[in-house]
Design a protein around this ligand. Structure first.
Ligand code: MN
Length: 204
């Protein structure tokens, strides 16, 4: 299973490079899903070994890898920024970074400021998502604290808005991410609102 995952990731890295992309991130350390058991030491070792090889090939192709800390219902491997950093340390490659997502951090971290601070120099990618994955500012994520911490951190990378609605995603995808509710139907309106929200928060 680990070898198959490694092969798939190597193909993804090659594909990303062919498209001219310099970044590949997300849940790239295991299959995504709700696990019934804790991550075993052997399982962790497989992740580190596989990602070390993939990181080496990615480096040759000018691609950075992002380990996205996701909530406990989507992985048993990396749920927090601290865990992502621990993997990065063990992998030992400078093209592997922390991918921070506010939706997941809202569930797993002690707070938004702590999450950003703990990522530190290793922060490589940011997903901005609301607690219910709909319109920004209409849920419980502490965005003022998050953006204030992000500004203070000096982060200059990408900030991507991420949102889902049962109205627009495929049944398979909805099922794997538990997108059961119809949060919105007008993607243009949603994106315009998010752009304005993030711009205001970052003062740009
Ligand atoms: Mn995300």
């Amino acid at each position: 299973v680990s070898a198959a995952g490694e092969t798939l990731l190597l193909q993804a890295v090659e594909g990303a490079a062919k498209l001219g992309s310099t970044y590949l991130g997300g849940v790239i350390f295991s299959a995504m899903g709700k696990y019934q058991v804790q991550l075993s030491p052997a399982g962790r070792e497989n992740c580190v070994k596989g990602l070390t090889k993939v990181a080496h090939r990615a480096k040759e192709l000018g691609v950075t890898l992002g380990l996205e800390a996701v909530n406990r219902y989507e992985s048993n491997v990396i749920n927090t920024v601290a865990q992502a950093r621990s993997f990065i340390e063990d992998i030992g490659a400078d093209n592997v970074k922390v991918h921070l997502d506010t939706y997941h951090a809202n569930i797993e971290e002690r707070g938004m400021a702590q999450a950003v601070e703990e990522a530190g120099e290793d922060l490589g990618y940011v997903h901005v998502g609301e607690s219910h994955r709909g319109y920004l500012g209409t849920g419980s994520v502490d965005f003022p604290t998050f953006f204030s911490a992000l500004k203070s951190s000096g982060y200059q990378g990408v900030v991507t808005f991420e949102s889902f609605s049962s109205r627009v995603v495929s049944p398979d995808f909805a099922s794997s991410l538990a997108i059961w509710r119809d949060m919105w139907s007008d993607g243009d309106d949603l994106a315009g609102h998010a752009k304005a929200f993030i711009g205001t928060a970052l003062g740009i």
